[in-house]
Design a protein around this ligand. Structure first.
Ligand SMILES: Cc1cc2nc3c(=O)[nH]c(=O)nc-3n(C[C@H](O)[C@H](O)[C@H](O)COP(=O)(O)OP(=O)(O)OC[C@H]3O[C@@H](n4cnc5c(N)ncnc54)[C@H](O)[C@@H]3O)c2cc1C
Length: 325
């Protein structure tokens, strides 16, 4: 069993593996680094409150896992998705939308030995970039490839904050490990406020696509679902029709079309399929200079500290609003 020790360091020492390893070894009461086979950070959070810990200014709280000599090392995060290319048609499932919900659904299906047929109205994550640039340059919006639509879904060009720890939504730890396995930095597994980074997120999404294709899943871009095929006997959904008139049938259909697909909500309503309204949520983007936020949150500017985060919550008479950055 590894030993977990809690340590508190300066931002500089927390960024230096030799310094935090030495601090963890001392905190564990071990004599020498030779007693430790492997050391890794499992939790990290920044505390900028005024305090009396003995370390002036901002401190970093860390939990460090020490694997002692005889125990070897933990295995790196690894996943293997089987090959579903030759499963019978009865194990084919249509997934509509290649946002986070659709991509993770496709991987989960493969794990359960179903073959996902992923239908995405937009383009792949790199081709989509050109359409987003055109919005900024010419204010020209491609209705199927824009900030909301296209591989990766709505938040693809954000910095990919991964703050949820809600267990009711499933195994969030596994979701983080899958993202790390596909190229996200290991720190997302232990940072208190992890984020993937705008520069890396499209590459992570492309790697997830490669896993789906390599495992025998199908992905069709530029394929907008425009209708559902319903069984004349039971009324159950047995497939979909796309904008080109193509009809695709499967064992089941997973709708992962996100908030912005109004045409899909209209279609569900027109086809008499039960839909339920969720409370309305609206996001407002507020931009601040990062240095200002760092000064407010950390009371200092330190090259060893990451960009500070903050949340702003206001109560209004009709309910609550919240903003995060
Ligand atoms: C600017 C921005 C920044 C964000 N930042 C973050 C963040 O940092 N962290 C975070 O957790 N969340 C963030 N979010 C929210 C997050 O993006 C969404 O919660 C998430 O994308 C929802 O995933 P989804 O797969 O359900 O839907 P979506 O991401 O909306 O994906 C739906 C997919 O379905 C496709 N589609 C729609 N209709 C059809 C159709 N008829 N046929 C075929 N395909 C269709 C769309 O093209 C799209 O790719 C952000 C959102 C925005 C807009």
């Amino acid at each position: 069993m590894p030993k977990i020790v809690e340590i508190t360091l300066t931002p500089k020492d927390s960024a230096d593996s030799a310094a935090y390893t030495a601090a963890a070894i001392a905190a564990a009461g071990l004599k020498s680094p030779a007693d430790v086979a492997f050391c890794r950070v499992v939790r990290r959070s920044i505390d900028a409150r005024r305090h009396t810990s003995g370390i002036p200014g901002v401190r970093v709280n860390m939990a460090v896992e020490l694997w002692l000599d005889a125990e070897g090392k933990p295995d790196p995060v690894h996943f293997e998705w089987g090959d579903v290319s030759n499963v019978p048609a009865s194990r084919e499932v249509i997934v509509v939308g290649a946002g986070p919900a659709g991509l993770f659904a496709a991987l989960e299906l493969i794990e359960l030995r179903y073959k996902p047929i992923l239908l995405e109205r937009g383009k792949d994550v790199s081709a989509r970039k050109a359409d987003i640039a055109a919005i900024q340059r010419n204010e020209r919006v491609n209705p199927d490839s824009n900030y909301a639509f296209g591989e990766g879904g709505a938040g693809t060009y954000s910095d990919g904050k991964l703050y949820t720890r809600s267990k009711k939504r499933g195994n969030f730890r596994k979701a983080l490990e899958i993202l790390h396995f596909h190229g996200a930095d290991e720190s997302i597994l232990y940072e208190a406020h992890p984020h993937i980074g705008t520069d890396k997120l499209p590459r992570v999404i492309a790697a997830m696509r490669e896993t789906i294709l390599r495992s025998g899943g199908r992905i069709l871009f530029g394929t907008r679902v425009t209708d559902f095929l319903l069984s004349p006997d039971s009324g159950a959904v047995i497939g979909v029709e796309t904008q080109s008139g193509e009809r695709i049938t499967a064992q089941a259909v997973i709708l992962a079309t996100g908030h912005s697909a109004r045409d899909i909500y209209e279609l569900l309503h027109a086809r008499g399929i039960l839909i339920e309204a969720k409370p309305f949520a609206m996001g407002v983007r507020v931009e601040h200079r990062q240095e200002l936020i760092d000064r407010i949150q950390y009371k200092t500017v330190d090259p060893y500290l990451p960009a500070a985060s903050y949340s702003l919550v206001a109560q209004v008479p009709s309910g609550k609003t919240g903003t995060r950055s």
